[in-house]
Design a protein around this ligand. Structure first.
Ligand code: ZN
Length: 289
């Protein structure tokens, strides 16, 4: 099952949503209307009743689609999560390009929720050195505390493509790095295009992931190359705190970011960031000055 945030309304969408940023018109089913009000329209509130919703949604037919969806109609699949986690250095080659050791413990920071954006939202570039980071994004579907590895995926509502856009000067400023602020400028967290449930994926632990800038491939990897895979991240985070339905986890980026290049390369106004994960879909975000 795939769901999207269409002009702020929860909508069940077909697999064609994967490439909607290429300009196709896709049709979806409005959840509040189709359920006669049993489930509300709020794309964030639904995670509190995810089990009931996903059970009901299995019987919804996309032949009943009543909503016309264009790329600019789409917002973030989880627009206002209580908690957003982001993991650093979670691919060995990315740690190497950052001249840092592979971590023995997942480095964790936040992206403040106001930075979340839709799959085709334009990204204003603040002054400085703005970089790209394609990432698998996980949205939690069940309250999770002290979860074991075997149960970890059962606590996930679905996955999406994400961009952890990062302003490197602020990130590295001073004696205490400012990861959370530097990654939270407006629109620095595009996610989407839809939330895809795990049963739609052949192997949720091994998906091709990539990013291109103006059509040039800059990142290309597989999620199976993560140092800490999704179950390990859920075990780790839930050993410290309680993960809530609707929480978002950015799971780290593979190698190929601009900061790791020689010479370094950063985003320029007018460049297009395309981010893609196999079986989930594609984001296309234009940068503006
Ligand atoms: Zn990142």
């Amino acid at each position: 099952m795939r769901t999207a945030n269409v002009n702020g309304r929860l909508t069940i969408v077909p697999a064609a949503i994967a490439t909607i940023v290429d300009g196709a018109v896709v049709h979806g089913v409005d959840v509040e209307r189709a359920s006669a009000g049993r489930f509300g329209s709020d794309p964030q509130a639904i995670f509190a009743e995810w089990d009931a919703f996903s059970g009901w949604a299995q019987d919804v037919s996309l032949s009943e689609a009543d909503v016309v969806i264009r790329p600019d109609d789409l917002g973030p699949v989880a627009p206002c999560p209580a908690q957003v986690f982001a993991i650093g250095l979670n691919y060995a080659e990315h740690a190497a390009e950052a001249n840092l050791a592979i971590p023995s413990f997942p480095p964790t920071f936040t992206k403040f929720p106001t930075c979340l954006a839709g799959p085709s939202t334009s990204v204003p570039l603040p002054q400085g050195s703005v970089d790209w980071e394609v990432e698998l994004v996980v949205v939690i579907g069940r309250r999770a505390r002290l979860v074991d590895r075997d149960g970890a995926w059962l606590h996930v509502a679905g996955v999406a493509v994400g961009q952890d856009i990062s302003e490197r000067e602020l990130q590295m400023i001073g004696t205490a790095p400012q990861f959370s602020l530097a990654k939270s400028f407006p629109c620095f967290g595009p996610i989407g295009p839809a939330l895809v449930t795990i049963d739609e994926l052949a192997d949720p632990d091994d998906l091709a992931i990539g990013c291109s800038i103006d059509g040039e491939t800059v990142q290309s990897a597989r999620t199976s190359m993560m140092v800490f895979d999704v179950p390990a991240l859920i075990v780790h985070l839930s050993s410290v705190l309680t993960l809530l339905p609707g929480d978002v986890i950015f799971t780290g980026t593979p190698s190929g970011v601009g900061m790791g290049r020689n010479p370094k390369r950063f985003l320029q106004p007018g460049e297009v960031i395309e981010s893609e994960i196999e079986g989930i879909g594609r984001l296309r975000n234009l940068t503006t000055g």
